[in-house]
Design a protein around this ligand. Structure first.
Ligand SMILES: Cc1cc2nc3c(=O)[nH]c(=O)nc-3n(C[C@H](O)[C@H](O)[C@H](O)COP(=O)(O)OP(=O)(O)OC[C@H]3O[C@@H](n4cnc5c(N)ncnc54)[C@H](O)[C@@H]3O)c2cc1C
Length: 413
């Protein structure tokens, strides 16, 4: 029987261990915190959005997103749903996102832990990494409490996001020592800070807004949905989706701004017509009053102020030109992005081990035989909606299987 050592007991580490054990290997998880799966408990606001029925390459990012395809061909959406159903997780769906019917992320962790126990996987917690060596004879992983020897080793140590869960990037130096390149790691799926002084006055608003992100003058990406306005800038799923590009560009000292369309459900022409109606000469209302019902009340003074329209001016006195300019502003509210909320608040990170140095079919290192990678430690990140966990489950299962097969072959030599 071969032995597979798994560094990190998160989503990918637990599935890698289950897969390795199911393929006949002795599996041992080395986790540096006091328990496995801490981050899992916070996923999906405590409900764990564990995958999404709408899969596709467009949901994955990195230097070469197509790297995910051979992995998903071996263990994709259907296999994931079946795997969790078998363990006890009955899926419920919301807009394609799957959650456990219990509504509790802890159920997902519970069933994974029960399966680890059933398969006899050793889970060694509070083991901090001190060395990783691989040779033709096997692998040896040093921890504070001594050395663990095995045939293969899988790095499942996550990235740097949400470090209080244990994913603190502390394993990167050991990966680099093995000769691997780490693509610069930046926060992804996080809120963004903006310079504009008006944010505190509109904080708390949630509205359907589209965000276009510009880097050095070129549009990098866009997203639309419920944006949450905060004192410091923008949050909510659309802000999360574009944040990885902002984080990387800011690190590279590029100029980053976003254009918000605060009425994405109306075309330019429709909006202008709607404003003409509201600001018609017949109106007895003030400009502020004329906008009630179109925007959240708290937002109206800010929109008018930024367009230099006095709040108490009579709606009927605005005239075509000013209505046209106001309409143009509402479609393009420009904000300067100055930062992100950082790794502390990020749900994922972009960057990680370069996929050029990993076999996309087996997830074994191309530089260092017997070493494998799975999950967020690899330079792959998904968009919001269950895609990051899907990558963690799939890559964990695939790496665990190939590592187990290799471990047993090496033993039989
Ligand atoms: C608040 C929040 C909500 C999220 N919600 C969702 C969601 O609903 N759906 C979704 O798809 N994704 C979600 N994600 C993202 C998802 O949780 C991660 O992408 C996923 O957990 C990554 O799995 P992983 O195994 O690669 O890494 P992790 O789950 O981060 O696990 C890594 C493990 O390795 C351990 N480790 C790290 N370094 C070492 C070391 N040196 N030695 C030993 N052990 C080490 C860590 O302690 C940790 O246990 C969310 C993330 C956050 C933070």
């Amino acid at each position: 029987m071969g032995k597979v050592i798994i560094i990190g007991g998160g989503a990918s580490g637990m599935t890698a261990a289950i897969s390795a054990a199911r393929h006949g290997a002795e599996a041992v998880i080395l986790e540096h915190t006091d328990r496995v799966g801490k981050k899992l408990l916070s996923t999906g606001n405590g409900k764990c959005n564990y995958t999404n029925l709408r899969q596709g390459l467009r949901h994955y990012r990195g230097e070469s997103p197509a790297f995910v395809l051979p992995v998903f061909e071996q263990f994709g959406l259907e296999e994931t749903i079946a795997f969790f159903k078998e363990l006890g997780i009955f899926p419920t769906e919301r807009n394609g996102c799957l959650y456990p019917a219990s509504g509790q992320a802890s159920s997902v962790l519970d069933v994974l832990r029960m399966e680890l126990r059933r398969l006899g996987v050793s889970v060694l917690t509070e083991r901090s990494l001190s060395s990783v060596r691989a040779s033709s004879g096997g692998v040896s992983v040093g921890t504070g409490q001594g050395e663990v020897l095995g045939d293969c080793c899988i790095f499942c140590c996550g990235g740097k996001s949400f470090p209080k869960s244990g994913s603190d990037g502390s394993a990167y130096p050991y990966i680099e020592k093995l000769g691997h390149t780490i693509i610069d790691v930046v926060p992804a799926l996080t809120a963004m800070k903006a310079r504009q002084a008006f944010f505190p006055s509109i904080a708390g608003i949630r509205a359907d807004i589209s965000i276009q992100l510009y880097i050095d003058g070129r549009m990098a990406c866009e997203d639309r949905g419920e944006v949450q306005i905060a004192e410091y800038g923008v949050s909510g799923i659309p802000a999360f989706q574009v944040s990885r590009y902002a984080a990387r560009a800011l690190k590279e000292k590029k100029k980053v701004w976003a254009v918000l369309d605060v009425v994405p459900y109306l075309s330019k022409q429709e909006l202008e017509q709607e404003l003409m109606r509201r600001f018609s000469w017949k109106s007895e209302k003030t400009c502020e009053e004329a906008l009630i019902g179109l925007f959240p009340k708290k937002m109206i003074p800010m929109l008018l102020k930024e367009s230099r329209i006095p709040l108490h001016e009579k709606a009927g006195s605005l005239g075509k030109k000013r209505i046209h300019d106001f309409s143009a502003y509402l479609k393009r509210v420009k904000i300067d992005i100055t930062g992100t909320m950082g790794f502390e608040k990020a749900q994922a990170c972009a960057g990680g081990v370069s996929v050029k140095e990993i076999d996309a079919h087996t997830l074994e290192s191309l530089l260092c035989p017997r070493i494998y990678f799975a999950g967020e430690v690899i330079d792959i990140d998904g968009v919001c909606g269950g895609y990051n966990l899907q990558w963690a489950w799939s890559s964990g299962m695939v790496a665990g299987m190939h590592a187990a097969v290799k471990a047993s072959q090496e033993r039989d030599r």
